[in-house]
Design a binder for this molecule. Structure first.
Ligand code: GSH
Length: 202
């Protein structure tokens, strides 16, 4: 049975498209319209958030972009897009996947909404404040060479790089030499050219 990807070409679903290119596999791609199909009762049974992307693999339903990418990288482990379970780099891999979908997304969204964390609130906020999250991000990137897990390009590179490309395009992140250097490495990958085409439409 084909794996199904519920997505929209103008959404973060394009990040899954990029990963699929790296994996060299295809899914049945189901385009879901914003507002209408995404909020229809039958779609809400698949994803109660009424959002894309969603991956359906037989009885397994995965929503949350980074979970989808991690799931696919593990399912097609022979493609080498995730460090092996017993590889110490697995920890670094998890760190980046969870950092980008958790603290970084929250910090960025709150910044966009104008929610400022006061110094005495930082201890209760998972990412501290935006500047803390940004500093941790660029500090981490300044240590990578050429990819987040060293020589091995992984699904975490797909999600982290996609976030950076998007935020730079939208003016939602201040650039930094560590960001530029990392993205130059990513741009060398043949898959990036195809992603850039999706992305320029998103
Ligand atoms: N945390 C989710 C966020 C998904 C999300 O916000 N998707 C947007 C498109 S990029 C969406 O479907 N928005 C439609 C809506 O909320 O009505 C993930 O990482 O997959």
């Amino acid at each position: 049975m084909a794996i199904k990807l519920y997505t929209n070409s103008f959404s973060r679903g394009v990040v899954v498209d990029w990963l699929l290119i790296e994996l060299g596999i295809e899914c049945e791609r189901i385009e879901v319209a914003f507002q209408t199909e995404m909020k229809a009762p039958e779609y809400l049974k698949i994803n109660p958030f009424g959002k894309v992307p969603v991956l359906v693999d037989g009885d397994v339903v995965v929503y949350e972009l980074d979970a989808i990418c991690a799931y696919l990288a593990d399912k097609f482990a022979d493609k080498g897009l995730a460090p092996a379970l017993n590889d110490p780099k697995r920890g670094v891999y998890y760190r980046w996947l969870f950092f980008i979908s958790g603290p970084w997304e929250a910090a960025s969204t709150n910044k966009m909404l104008g929610v400022e964390v006061k110094p005495d609130q930082k201890g209760s906020v998972g990412y501290g404040d935006y500047q803390d999250a940004y500093n941790a991000f660029v500090q981490g990137l300044s240590e990578v060479d050429p990819y987040l897990c060293g020589k091995q390009f992984t699904a975490a590179d797909v999600t982290v790089a996609a976030m950076l490309f998007w935020q730079l395009k939208m003016g939602d992140i201040q650039s930094h030499p560590a960001i530029e250097h990392y993205l130059e490495n990513i741009k060398q990958r043949p898959s990036y050219q195809k992603f850039a085409a999706f992305f320029s439409n998103a």
